[in-house]
Design a protein around this ligand. Structure first.
Ligand code: ASP
Length: 336
C-alpha cells in the first residue's frame, strides 16, 4: 500500500510539473508558444505515443501524429480491447469503432466495422473523402474496401477462445464490465486508446479506437466513435477523450462537456473532475460499479485526467520525457 501511495504521490507531482511546462514563465497563457506533446489513455499509451511523437518531433502535424499512434495500437499492440486482437461481441463477432478529429472541427468515424484492421484510417478517409462524419457496419466496410483497405478475418484464436469460455458461463447475457473496477491494474481490463496531440504550431487533434466492450450485444456502439462522447477537439480551447463504460459518456456528451468546461476557464484536470461529478450526479448508484475516465489537453499543452475509480493511468510524451506514465485522481477508491 505504501508503494502505491508513493507512486500516486509522484504521479501527482509529475502531473503538476507537466501543467507548468506547457507555458513559458512570465508570459500570459494566451500568447504562450506551445511545445509539441502527445498524451494517451492507459499504460499501452506509452508505446502508442512513440510513433505519434516521431511525427511531432520531426515537425509533422497533430492529425498525422494521432493517426500513427492509433494505428500502432490497432495492430502492433495485441490487446483484447483495441483493434485486431480485440474481444468479440456476444455472438463472437469482432466489431471495431474509431473516431478522429482535428481542432478545426473536421472529423470522421466508423462504428461496428468488421474485418478491417485500421479503423482509425478508415475514419480519417470518411473525414477527408466523404461529405459525412460517420459510417457504420456494412456501409463502413464497403467504403473501406473501395478505399483500398484489405478485408480479412481479424478474430484471433485467443479472442475466440476467451469468447467460448465467456459463453459457457454467461448465459448469453451482454455485460457492462463492472469487473473493470475491481481489477483496474489488470492489463486485460485496459480499454480504448484515446490519444490527444498538440503540434509545434499549436494545432490539436485526437483519435479514439477500440473494439468496444467485450461480449456486448451485436450492433452495440459505445462512445469511442461518437464525436462529443469519446472524443472532442477544438483548437480554440483544447481536446478531450474518454475510456470506460461508453454508455455513460454518451449520456453526458462527456468529451464535449470537458472541452466546454475548459472553455469556461477550468484547467484540464478541473474539467475532467467536473465531468466525472456530472456522471455521478446523473446515476449515483451505477457510478459505484462502473469505470469512467477522462483525459484532456488544453491549447497551452496542459494535461489533466480524472476517473470515477482508482486505476486510470495515462501516458505523456514530449521533448522532455518520452515515456511518462501518470495516475489520475479518482472519486472512489483508496486515497480518494
Ligand atoms: N469506451 C469504450 C466503449 O464503451 C470501451 C472502454 O473504453 O472501456 O466501447
Amino acid at each position: 500500500m505504501n508503494g502505491r501511495r508513493k507512486f500516486l504521490g509522484q504521479a501527482a507531482l509529475s502531473a503538476s510539473a507537466l501543467a507548468l511546462s506547457g507555458r513559458l514563465a512570465g508570459q500570459p497563457a494566451s500568447s504562450t508558444p506551445v511545445g509539441a506533446r502527445v498524451v494517451s489513455t492507459w499504460d499501452f499509451g506509452v508505446q502508442a505515443n512513440q510513433p505519434a511523437w516521431k511525427v511531432l518531433a520531426t515537425g509533422g502535424g497533430a492529425l498525422d501524429a494521432v493517426e500513427q499512434g492509433a494505428r500502432w495500437a490497432e495492430t502492433d499492440l495485441c490487446n483484447p480491447t483495441v483493434g485486431r486482437c480485440g474481444n468479440p461481441d456476444r455472438d463472437g463477432i469482432l466489431t471495431l469503432d474509431a473516431s478522429i478529429m482535428d481542432g478545426d472541427g473536421r472529423c470522421g468515424a466508423v462504428a461496428a466495422l468488421e474485418d478491417i484492421d485500421h479503423p482509425i484510417s478508415v475514419a480519417r478517409r470518411v473525414m477527408e473523402k466523404t461529405p459525412h462524419v460517420m459510417l457504420v457496419g456494412d456501409g463502413a466496410q464497403q467504403f473501406a474496401v473501395e478505399q483500398g483497405f484489405n478485408k480479412q478475418r481479424l478474430l484471433t484464436p485467443q479472442a475466440e477462445q476467451a469468447w467460448r469460455e465467456w459463453r459457457a458461463r454467461a448465459e448469453y447475457k451482454p455485460e457492462i464490465n463492472a469487473e473493470r473496477r475491481q481489477r483496474p491494474g489488470d492489463r486485460d481490463n485496459h480499454d480504448t486508446l484515446g490519444m490527444l496531440a498538440i503540434d509545434r504550431h499549436g494545432r490539436l487533434a485526437g483519435a479514439c479506437t477500440t473494439s468496444g466492450m467485450a461480449w456486448k450485444l451485436h450492433g452495440r456502439v459505445g462512445d469511442s466513435p461518437i464525436i462529443g462522447a469519446g472524443l472532442y477537439v477544438d483548437n480554440d480551447v483544447g481536446a478531450a477523450t474518454a475510456s470506460g463504460v461508453g454508455e455513460e459518456m454518451i449520456r453526458n456528451a462527456a468529451s464535449f462537456l470537458v472541452v466546454e468546461l475548459m472553455r469556461q476557464g477550468r484547467s484540464p484536470m478541473e474539467a475532467c473532475r467536473e465531468a466525472i461529478a456530472r456522471v455521478v450526479r446523473k446515476r449515483p448508484e451505477a457510478s459505484k460499479s462502473l469505470q469512467v475516465c477522462f483525459l484532456a489537453l488544453n491549447r497551452h499543452g496542459e494535461v489533466g485526467a480524472f476517473a470515477l475509480h482508482q486505476g486510470f493511468v495515462y501516458a505523456v510524451c514530449d521533448a522532455q520525457r518520452q515515456d511518462a506514465l501518470l495516475a489520475s485522481d479518482a472519486v472512489y477508491g483508496e486515497g480518494a
